[in-house]
Structures are given as structure tokens and as C-alpha cells.
Design a binder for this molecule. Structure first.
Ligand SMILES: [Zn+2]
Length: 359
């Protein structure tokens, strides 16, 4: 078995505790044991098989899916693509650029480039046909057919699905103009081990392996931050020619701390043995991957629903269970909250009361 990045054939193997989860509605799949491998040479974490092999992204329910990733910031719900656009606009020095969004979903980010007259051509790539929000977006399903050169190439949560990642990147780099900017946004896997339960992706990058990948393609990365996107790593890349971009500092390799995850599962399960919880209604905070993951371990008979502050999510469902606003919490109700910052902890308690159990 060889590393998908460097072909070295010595790896460490990790068994991720069930459930395995797909990106489609965060549904549970327990088809295979979920093994993640770590390359002993480049420290990349990956899996050889996704079991679904991309099928899910071509399914009707995925194509019809209207998930919009949002952040709650300064009392407002802000869609992720607006935050990304604002950031990219500040980094681009000229108008009339050609933009490629690799994994463009419904084209909302490209739409902002067109509406703000920043893009001459907005090109979207995705593996499935989907209705795009702007008919000026030029859409491709096959990389080899793309006929444009680019000043900006966006990878927002997309490279992780490409098993043959080198081939894909080489193809795209051949379409990059000399000053092309590369934008890469991926989750911080090593701060949220639950993300390793995602069964439909191949790669789990840390800073070291991402830098290794791009350096081998002669692209220098610099690290950035987009507020309030704190759960993701954000990088900009430039083709390596006397780049003024600072090189990344050397980081010590990341490890998957499965002990932390297993401890959380045990802590959660231990609550169901406490008598006091017997007559309470249970909730889980959040309506994405983390919530879906820990739902697996919840006593289903007592579970009422998920809790989300995002008004767009309230009233809809996750795993066929309703999503409520936190204001429904009260006496006789307990809401489990996983993996949140101390700032969010304080805010939740202040706004909605002491109905939370933080794990
Ligand atoms: Zn490797």
C-alpha cells in the first residue's frame, strides 16, 4: 500500500470508531471498517477507498441538496461564500480576471465575482450537473475540456475528494497564468477528530502534507485566516518565481488523537447511566458532521432533536430529526454540545441558560 502523495510504502493504520458519515445530509453508513493511514515519510493522512467512489456526488439527492454553509458572527448569519469573496477580493489586485472554482457546487461564489464585476470569465467545475445560480457561469464536468487560462483557482473543500490529486493539480496548473493565485480551504482535521469519520473523501491534510503536495508542484503556500471561519485551514499559493509570499514555518507532524475522541464517546455514554437524566428530553447542539456523529451514541428513545442558531436550519431536519432554535430549551431538557470554543460556551449559557452539557 503506497502513500497517495509520495508513494512511500510504510504507513501507520488507524481504525476510526463508528459511525462512518457521508457529506450527504451527514447520513450514517456502516458498510466498511473505517481505516485511515498515515504515511511515515510525508505525514499525509488518507484512505485508499471511499467505498462510495464519488457515486454520492452524482446522486439526485446530492444534486438537489441546498445546503448552504453559514457562520454566526456579530449576531448575523453569514454564508461562507460571502466571507470567502470578501477575503479574495482583498487579495486580488486587478479586475477582469478569469476565475475557476474547482468544486463550484451551485456557483454562489462565482456569482459574486460576476456581480461585482471582478471576473471576466467565471468557470465552474463539478462532477455533477447542478442548476447554477447565474447562467453566465461557464460549467465543466471534465477538466480536460476546459479551454481557459486562470488568474485565480479556488479549492474550497474540494481537493480532498480527488484520489489522483497530482494529476488533477498538474492539469489545472497548466491552465494557470504566471501570477495566478491559488486559494485552498480545508477543514482542521486534527482539531476535530470526528471529521475522520467522513467516508466519502480520500485526503485529510495537515499543514505539512499540504505544503509537501504543493511544493512538489512548485507552488509556495502562505497561511491565512478568514474570520470567523475558525474550523478550517486557509492558504494562498503562488507559482514559485521569486515569490514574496512567506514560506510556511516547519510544523511538527500532526497525529490523530483517537484517545480524545474515544474519551468523548465514553463521557457521553456515561451520562445515560446517571439516574438524573432518565426523564429528560435530549438534544444535540449543531446540525452538521459533529452533531450527526455523536447522535450515533445517544439514547434514541429520549432524543428530541438538534439545536441550531441558524434561522435557515431551524424547522428543517437532520437524520430525519427536527432542528430547533436554542430558545426551546428549558426545564426537563438537556442539550449536549461537542467540540466548541470557550467563547461559544459562555455565549450559549448566557443567552439560553444552563441546559447544556459540554463534552
Ligand atoms: Zn507520503
Amino acid at each position: 500500500m503506497k502513500c497517495l502523495l509520495c508513494s512511500f510504502n510504510e504507513t501507520n493504520k488507524y481504525l476510526i470508531p463508528d459511525p462512518s458519515i457521508t457529506h450527504l445530509n451527514f447520513e450514517h453508513v456502516n458498510l466498511i471498517k473505517n481505516y485511515v493511514y498515515e504515511c511515515k515519510n510525508c505525514n499525509h493522512f488518507f484512505r485508499y477507498k471511499t467505498n462510495l467512489e464519488g457515486k454520492i456526488f452524482k446522486s439526485k439527492s446530492y444534486i438537489d441538496h441546498k445546503e448552504q454553509h453559514c457562520y454566526f458572527y456579530q449576531n448575523k448569519t453569514i454564508p461562507q461564500h460571502e466571507l470567502q469573496f470578501k477575503f479574495l477580493k482583498s487579495k486580488i489586485k486587478k479586475n477582469k480576471i478569469n476565475v475557476l472554482d474547482f468544486g463550484c457546487f451551485d456557483g454562489k461564489l462565482l456569482d459574486l465575482f460576476l456581480k461585482n464585476k471582478l471576473a471576466e470569465k467565471a468557470i465552474g467545475f463539478d462532477i455533477a450537473d447542478r442548476k447554477l445560480v447565474n447562467n453566465k457561469i461557464i460549467f465543466y464536468k471534465d477538466i480536460k475540456r476546459i479551454e481557459y487560462n486562470f488568474d485565480l483557482i479556488i479549492f474550497s473543500h474540494s481537493l480532498i475528494y480527488e484520489k489522483k490529486i497530482f494529476e488533477v493539480l498538474k492539469n489545472l496548473i497548466s491552465m494557470a497564468n504566471e501570477n495566478c493565485l491559488f486559494f485552498i480551504q480545508i477543514p482542521k482535521y486534527f482539531e476535530r477528530e470526528v471529521l475522520f469519520s467522513l467516508i466519502d473523501q480520500y485526503h485529510f491534510f495537515n499543514e505539512k502534507s499540504l505544503r509537501f503536495l504543493f511544493k512538489s508542484l512548485d507552488i509556495i503556500l502562505s497561511k491565512h485566516k478568514i474570520n470567523p471561519i475558525n474550523n478550517d485551514q486557509v492558504y494562498l499559493g503562488r507559482l514559485n518565481k521569486k515569490s514574496k509570499y512567506k514560506k510556511l514555518t516547519k510544523n511538527s507532524p500532526n497525529k490523530i488523537k483517537l484517545k480524545k475522541l474515544n474519551d468523548k464517546i465514553m463521557k457521553l455514554e456515561s451520562f445515560f447511566k446517571i439516574k438524573d437524566i432518565e426523564n429528560k428530553e435530549l438534544f444535540i447542539f449543531g446540525s452538521t458532521i459533529v452533531a450527526s456523529y455523536f447522535y450515533y451514541y445517544i439514547d434514541k428513545k429520549k432524543f428530541t432533536g438538534f439545536i441550531d442558531e441558524n434561522k435557515i436550519k431551524v424547522g428543517s431536519k437532520l437524520l430525519n430529526k427536527p432542528i430547533f432554535h436554542p430558545k426551546v430549551l428549558g426545564d426537563g431538557k438537556i442539550c449536549f454540545v461537542f467540540d466548541v470554543s470557550s467563547t461559544l460556551k459562555k455565549r450559549l449559557q448566557k443567552l439560553y441558560g444552563n441546559f447544556f452539557i459540554f463534552i
